[in-house]
Design a protein around this ligand. Sequence first.
Ligand code: FE2
Length: 317
Amino acid sequence: MFIKNTVIMEQQSVHHLMNTHLLEEVFTVATLRNLPTVHPIHKLLVPHFKDTIPMNIKARTFLFDKVLELCSVGSKGLKELMKRSFSELTYSDLCLPENITSRGLDSVPNFYYRDDGLMLWAIIHSFAQAVIEHFYPSNADVQRDSELQDWISEIFTYGFLGNKESSCPTSFSSVQDLVKFITMVIFTASGQHAALNNGQFDYQTYLPNASLLLVRAPPTTKGQSTMQSVLDALPNVGDTGRFTSAAWILSAQYSDLVNTFGHLHDERFDDPILTQMMKEFQAQLSNLEETITQRNKGLPVPYTYLLPSQVENSIAI
Ligand SMILES: [Fe+2]
């Protein structure tokens, strides 16, 4: 319980709030400041930023100030945790294939976040590559796009705080550099957020499994725990209600959700070549839906969080 308590505090503040919600806000603001609405990268990305800023206003005032502050280390402790973690965050950490390899998780069995996430990453990468190569036939086209270079420079300076050790690009010199970065931005807004967000109700409402708050110090001697000492460590009924209701709200989809990942209601490209690329992207997502659905039939507990039909275009909750 105490170990899970530390895991859940880190999961919520570092991986969910900071590395998806707040990071996508950086990309959103940099896009609105640097890329005009007719810019192809603006058109490509903006559906994935649609709900980010209004959601983050709520995340700051509701999630952080009303729920997360009740956790074992309080809001001050979480901010310190986020600060320390962010100083060590690298661009590779945000790119799923590199993240999995660097953590030595390539061959761990039954790791469905990795399996489904890598397939989703590959689909986004191939879509981003098709669109970007259409607008940037050569590396020189990328290098001389001053708006795009200002965009990534601003992300490095204000998002990654100019930290060279993060390995965040300061400029783009090739088409492939750009494709990889755009893949990361779209994957973080969609799949990565879904994987961190959508299982909160399933895994965090039974508090002995994942409580943000424990109200006793961890035991220091083996064999001393009793049912009473376990119950004494759990939060009171009021705080339990706050945690579980927040998990329920955050795991729910909007009742008016009509466009899941890859299906946009405000398609901005009017070129038929781009429309065809979008159709191929949607077909690949539909194949992934089928692959995951078939795999899940053989699992005692299906892993559903990266089903494309459960992933949203932008961080909405
Ligand atoms: Fe979220």
